[in-house]
Design a protein. Sequence first.
Length: 389
Amino acid sequence: MKTEVVIVGGGPSGLLLSQLLNRAGVDTIVLERASRDHVLSRIRAGVLESGTVEMLRAAGVGARMERDGMEHEGCYLTDDDLMVRINFHELTGKSVMIYGQTEVTADLYAAQDAMGTTILHGVEDVAIHDVTSSAPYVEFTQGGARQRIDCAYVAGCDGFHGVSRQTIPADKRREFERVYPFGWLGLLSRTPPASDEIVYANSTHGFALVSMRSPSLSRYYVQVPLTDKVEDWSDDRFWEELSRRLPQQVAQDMVTGPSIEKSIAPLRSFVSEPLRWGSLFLVGDAAHIVPPTGAKGLNLAVSDVFYLHQALIDALKRNDMSGVEAYSDRALARIWKAMRFSWQMTAMLHRFEGEDDFAPQMRKATMLHLAQSETARRDLAENYIGLPF
Ligand code: APR
Ligand code: PHB
C-alpha cells in the first residue's frame, strides 16, 4: 500500500487529522488497534474550548455539536461553602461547549465514512520505519497477514501507550513527568445535574466535580486514593461522599440514581520532547498527558492537530517545509502553558495525603483571592476557555 500520511491511532487526534487532511486532498490511512465500538465506548471529558469548537466546525463536524452541545458562559470553583463564579463570557467574551469527547469521536467517524477515507481497525504490531530517510514506511499485521504502507509522513496519534513515541530513540527524547498521589473516580448517571454549570469543588474531604453531558445526564467525580478500586465504591457510597464535598447549596440539588458507568483514572502530567523525529510527528496523548482538572486533554490534542494539519498540507501541496520544521516548537509552546494551568488547578483543588496544615490555608486563600479579584478571575477564565492557537 501507499499513501501520503499514515496516521497511527484512531482516537480523536487521529480522526480529526484524517478529516482535515482528506478535506484538503491529502491521502491518509488510519491504523487503529481497537474496534470502532471499543473506541466509541470510552467515556472522557466533555468541555470544548472555543478554539476547539471552531476547529470542529471548520472540519465539517460541527452540526450535532451545535444542536446537542450546551454552551456554558461560566463555571464555579468552591472551597467548602464558598462559591466563586468564573464568568467566562464577561471576562473574555468567550464561552465553552459542553459536548462529550465520545460524541466528538462518533461525529468524526461518521464524517470519515461519508468521505470514504481509509480507517483500518484491529491492526496489531504497528512498526514505524526509516522516518529519518526519504522513504519512511509503516508495517502492521491485520488478520494474520503482515502489511506495508509506504508514505511521506507518519502522524503518531496513538495515545500514551502507543508505539510512536517509543519509535524516537530514547537518547533523542526527553520526558517530563509529575504523578499525583490520587485518582478520580467518575460516575455517569441518568439524572439531572446538581448545577447548571460545572462545579470544581475543593473541600476538607477532598476534591469533587459536578459535570454533565446533557440536562438529564450527569457526570460526577470524587478524588480517591490510588489504592482504591471501583468495587470499593457502591453507588450509595459515591453519592454520600460527593454530597459531603459539595457546597450545601449544590448538594441540596443533587439527584441520585443508579450509575451507568464508574471508573477510576490516575492523574498525571507528562510531556515528551521533541514532537518531531524526521517524518514522524507526535500528536495528542502520544506526546502529553494533563490531569483532567482543567479539561485540557482533548483541547490540547486539537491544537496539535491544528498546527500539524497546516504543516502537512503546506509540505505536501506547496512544498513549503516551514510548518513541518516549526511544528514541535509551536505545539510545545502551547502545551507547556496548558500543563502549567492544569497543574495549578490540580494543586489548588485537591487534598494531598499527608499534607501539612499550611496547604489547605493556601487553597482557601487562593479561592478568597479569586472571589475578590477580577484580575485573578480573568486569568483563570482566559486559560480555561483556551489560549489562542
Ligand atoms: N497501534 C494502533 N493504534 C493504537 C496503538 C498502536 N500501537 N496504540 C494505541 N492505539 C490507539 C488506541 O486504541 C486509541 O484509539 O490510538 C488511539 C489513541 O487515542 P486516545 O488515547 O484517545 O488519544 P488521542 O486521540 O490523542 O486523544 C486525546 O484527550 O481528553 C484526552 O485522554 C483524552 O483520549 C483523549 C485525548
Ligand atoms: C467531564 O465532564 O467529564 C469533565 C469536565 C471537566 C473537567 C474534567 C472532566 O475538568
